[in-house]
Unconditional design. Structure first.
Length: 125
C-alpha cells in the first residue's frame, strides 16, 4: 500500500514538474500571431513574400492575450480566404481551404496546395 502511494505521489510530482517546465519553453508570440490593432484591421500584419507579392492578414477573432485565432488572408486573385490558427508545439499554423501558413516569429512559409510554397516575412506597420 505504501509503495503504491509513493509511486502515485512521485508520478504526480513529475507530471507537475514537466507541465510547469514545458509551459515556459515557448512564449505566446511563438504560438500565434499577436496583434494590437482592432479586429478587421488589415494593415498591421502583412506577409511580404519572395514572389514580390504582399498578403495582408485581417483578424476576425482575437484571444484575450492578443493572438489572432481566425482571420482573412488576402491572396490576390482568389480574394480572401478564411484561416484558423491550429495549435502547434512551437511556431504557428493558420490553415484555410487550399492554403496554409506555417511560421515562427517573423518568418513564414505560405503554401498554396502541396507543391507551391513561398517564403515570407512579416511586416508590421
Amino acid at each position: 500500500m505504501r509503495a503504491g502511494l509513493f509511486k502515485l505521489s512521485l508520478t504526480a510530482l513529475l507530471i507537475g514538474f514537466a507541465v510547469v517546465s514545458h509551459s515556459h519553453s515557448a512564449t505566446s508570440a511563438d504560438l500565434g500571431l499577436i496583434t494590437k490593432a482592432p479586429v478587421g484591421t488589415c494593415s498591421e500584419i502583412v506577409f511580404v513574400c519572395e514572389n514580390g507579392h504582399s498578403y495582408p492578414l485581417c483578424p476576425i477573432a482575437v484571444s484575450v492575450v492578443g493572438e489572432v485565432v481566425t482571420a482573412s488572408l488576402y491572396t490576390g486573385h482568389r480574394g480572401a480566404t478564411r484561416v484558423r490558427m491550429i495549435p502547434m508545439g512551437v511556431g504557428y499554423r493558420y490553415a484555410g481551404r487550399g492554403v496554409w501558413l506555417d511560421g515562427f516569429r517573423e518568418n513564414a512559409l505560405l503554401n498554396f496546395g502541396k507543391h507551391a510554397q513561398i517564403a515570407c516575412t512579416i511586416q508590421h506597420s
